[in-house]
Design a protein around this ligand. Sequence first.
Ligand code: HEM
Length: 538
Amino acid sequence: MDFLFLWLVSFVIGFWINKKLRQWKNLPPGPWGLPVVGYLPFFDRNSPHLTLTKLAREYGPIYSIKMGSIPTVVLSDHKLIREAFAKEDFSGRAPLYLTHGIMKGNGIICAEGALWKDQRKLITTWLKSFGMSKHSLARDRLETRIASGVNELIQNVKETTGKPINLTEMVTNSLGNVVNDIIFGYKYPQNDKTWIWFRQIQEEGCHEMGVAGVVNFLPFLRFFMPSIKVTMEVLTRGQAQTHRLYASIIDKRRKLIGIPQPEKASYAAHENMFNEHPQGHIKCISYSKHSSNSEHYFDPDVLHASKDECILDNFLKEQKRRYDANEDSAKYMSDEQLVYLLADMFGAGLDTTSVTIAWYFLFMALYPEEQECVRKEIMTVCPDETDIDHAKLPYMMATICETQRVRSIVPVGIPHGCVQDTYLGDYRIAKGTMVVPLQWAVHMDPSTWEEPEKFRPSRFLDEDGNLLKPQEFIPFQTGKRMCPGDELSRMISVGLIARFFKTFKLRLASDPPTEEEMMGKVGLTLSPPETKYFCDLI
Ligand code: HEM
């Protein structure tokens, strides 16, 4: 009996070890890490993308690494990234604490499976119907909406001529209103206190998410480390405040377009929210690190309504249709999902575009001869303000592409998650693996880009001056989850840059940033050093 038992135990253990060995054998190569924390202690905290890129040069275009508790596969070859992200198996999100724990898989960026597919289809359809496609009749209307935000910026900059200015902040404020208009159908008045308060929450959120990076991989740390506990509180408080502000805007828009809230769509966390003030205004609490910003109530009547289509209107109409028809898919259209979706769209749309433009202006100020070429092209090809079309501006497009290559604003990419056991080439990738498309390594690979650290827009042009589209250039990633806002961001960038350089010459108001500063600050995105500029009227 004892013998039989021992034999059975040895058989099971042997079988398990054999299975694990076969699994390991098929894993991509990679460095060993420590128990529990994996490779985390060996990362350059300020530039994790550089650590990952160094490992890519050592282990090749696909390697595996343990990030705390999360098995990770890092891809640094554009063909492998394209192959993986075209597959359903890699269409999930990485199992990070911030995406799954704080965002709870809601919205679109952190969503997976049926919810993600449903919301992605809606968003892409709506963005196209607003004019975000190359050959659509609505495109002119969208161009006009963008132009109105840009003209506001130009007016504000004109008023500062002769003084050094924080151009990035001004761009973000004006672009913020373009994005508000497209998403919510509202704009904030200039210097509105709720808008300033809200921007500060966003800014602090982006910073704290960078600080909280390690919690993604070792979530238990939030119970032990006081500093991480504080960061988590800041993040969840900021999120709750953002959602309440959005709920107030949703309420106003529902009244404006005459679509009542379906009873079953209500969000329990927001019940009684409007009873805190006699006019139903919501409280904006004084924000932790910004004591300058006093507590106040948000009066939605200050907002300027847009007559054009917006994401919010479309959601409210579709929500009502699905709830009225008692469709099963109404479960994807709750008010809770709506606030997460709006927050995702705002964050994904504004931060990325304004950081890209901030880098762009910095490079244009550092390379005045490139700035001059861009200006010459605009003046020659688009003398009329209403006829700004990126297809006619290859040189400008090349300078934008080169900016996005030399400073990938999401240097480690936005990771995906593997939703079932699968293979990539000969390698086995297990369900739950985080898959990192290492943009920095792809965009700085010396075998693709000669002297990759140099800013050289001509690499995006052929000998006839036409814009090239190298397969190795993937700032918006590729495949099933590729950025649905790529064309919108292009329209915004081109509309802004063309009008800006028709009006101003840009130059630095202080010493150029050091080489180290030019590597950028890692947060949610890789942002340029703070820089002051002079904008001289032409
Ligand atoms: C320069 C500007 C931008 C850059 C560099 C950028 C980059 C990216 C990247 C790398 C992803 C991840 C794709 C993936 O997971 O495979 C992404 C996703 C996304 N972007 Fe953008 N983006 C930009 C602007 C915008 C704009 C203007 C919008 C819309 C208003 C937008 C909306 C989104 C959304 C909703 C997702 C999530 C897609 C999904 O998970 O299915 N982005 N973006």
